[in-house]
Design a protein. Structure first.
Lengths: 115, 116
């Protein structure tokens, strides 16, 4: 079985401040981890992924995430948030080798960046 | 690369009618396509997984006779909501994957279905 937890429903930060969106996961086997962002009435936009290699992953729009195997976490970070970063963020996991290639999504975290 | 499109982007229909949503992989051949449903401000719920040329595998609780999925080619999958009712109103998102990309899923832009 595999699952993802995003412990915060909402994250509020001021523009220019650091942004962190938390994610922990549970899989049997090695994890493939993903972050997506969704704007209202839009599909998912890919931000970044961890498959293997360096634990610090850099992605789109200045976002990065650090894979921490001991803490089973993959928190999303941005050093300086923008108002345009306000959106719904999803963490997702799949195991390697996969049983059936299905992704498990977290419940989502709504990020609000105030000017 | 790895672009997935959906058509239509939104649709409004009357209760009792059927609606077809298309999902296309534009620049790759998709060995597997996935269909998700999303309610407002909630996470994605996987409805079914389809492989080209074979029957779709539905998740528990999803009515296969109501949500007909066809994956007739490596670039096209369709979801038909039959005899739609207002409770079927939702945001439907597809994704597609291919083997040489670690089977990573590439997502379409979604289709907003409103049943009156």
């Amino acid at each position: 079985a595999q699952s993802v937890a995003q412990p915060e429903d909402q994250v509020n930060v001021a523009e220019g401040n650091p942004l962190t969106v938390k994610c922990t996961y549970s899989v049997s086997g090695n994890p493939y981890l993903f972050w997506y962002v969704q704007y209202p009435n839009r599909g998912l936009q890919f931000l970044l992924k961890y498959i293997t290699g360096d634990n610090l992953v850099k992605g789109s729009y200045g976002f990065e995430a650090e894979f921490n195997k001991s803490q089973t976490s993959f928190h999303l970070k941005k050093p300086s948030a923008l108002v345009s970063d306000s959106a719904l963020y999803f963490c997702a996991v799949r195991s390697d080798p996969p049983n059936d290639y299905k992704l498990s999504f977290g419940a989502g975290t709504t990020v609000t960046v105030r000017a | 690369g790895a672009v997935v499109s959906q058509h239509p982007s939104w649709v409004i229909c009357k209760s009792g009618t059927s609606v077809k949503i298309e999902c296309r992989s534009l620049d790759f051949q998709a060995t597997t396509m996935f269909w998700y449903r999303q309610f407002p401000k909630q996470s994605l719920m996987l409805m079914a997984t389809s492989n080209e040329g074979s029957k779709a595998t539905y998740e528990q609780g999803v009515e296969k006779d109501k949500f007909l999925i066809n994956h007739a080619s490596l670039t096209l999958s369709t979801l038909t909501v039959t005899s739609a009712h207002p409770e079927d109103s939702s945001f439907y998102i597809c994704s597609a994957s291919f083997e040489s990309s670690y089977n990573e899923q590439f997502f379409g832009p979604g289709t907003r279905l409103t049943v009156l």
